[in-house]
Design a protein around this ligand. Sequence first.
Ligand SMILES: [Zn+2]
Length: 373
Amino acid sequence: MTRKNKQHEKWLLELTGIPTAAGCEHRVIDWVKRWARKRPSVFLRPDQFGNLELRRRGSRSTRPIYFVAHMDHPAFVVTQLKPSDRVAAEFRGGVRKEYFTNAKVIAYGSNGLTRKGLVSKRLAQQHPDHACGDQYEIHFKPQAAGVSIGDVITWDLTDPHICGDRLYTAAADNLASVAAALSAFGEISKPSSVNTRDVRVLLTRCEEIGFVGAFAAASNNTLPKEAELIVLENSKSFSDSPIGAGPIIRVGDRLSTFSPHLTYQLSQIAGEVQAKDKKFTWQRRLMPGGACEATAFQACGYDTACICLPLGNYHNMNEQSHRIAPETISVSDYHGLIRLLCVIGSQARRRSDDMSLKSSLARNFNRHKTKLI
Ligand SMILES: [Zn+2]
């Protein structure tokens, strides 16, 4: 393995093990701030909602390209302290209710303290199908001392680890995308990189409760209106979108379809990478198992595409055992995604008109137009 890949895997393991929840992404934000501080050429700016923008110092084009990833994952947030060994906590994210019965959890106190517990019962429900917004009682043994309102409680799962080509981790969705975005951005923004596009990273908050950070960024000028966005996701794998068959250029999701022009360009670039290296694989799919921030940005008028990694045990739901389980992705898919992003970011001087579907059709027309006569 190259030193570069080793570094990217280290960030993958570190980031996907960080406890996070919608509205409580501060530990991920701290990690990213430390990452940026070590790179003098990188300028980090939080917007007024706490979304993070990273760019190369001095970059100021009107049409930058953004790699976008969200920093939260379905988890509980403590809302009420109860006598002795119990707390009430709100679940923030899309997980079906049957997975909660007696599920093991772990609370992360602001002072670094952790406490193990069990989901004991549902206290209040918001939605008949999934648990987003529901209140649960969490039971700690021997006691809940040290757990405070606002603390994050996650499923009690294995520490992130790689076995063969698989990463097993509590929160691949979407911290693996944060790791991929920073890995690619780190390569592209090295002082030795020349002739690259103005690539930036946007890391958003509160995606799991309905793209709240993305909508705030899109409607409050966090991004220039002319920006092109590539939303990175981890998306539920199906038999026609297998884990290990490469990153997926996602043409849409459960709610909408994305920019045909930008999606076509990304597919062209992926095809060119594969033409030069047959070992590079990629896929092109709809991925209707969920919805992603590309839908929100596209709806707000941004030219948006999506690239995702096929994900096993989506939102920690193992559909065979019907138990909470680690999420899993392919490590080679992860490296393939970073490689593809690096190529996209280095397509600097290429005029996007030359890469449009219309210009490809026009070239074919000119070749064959005499046949119309
Ligand atoms: Zn998710």
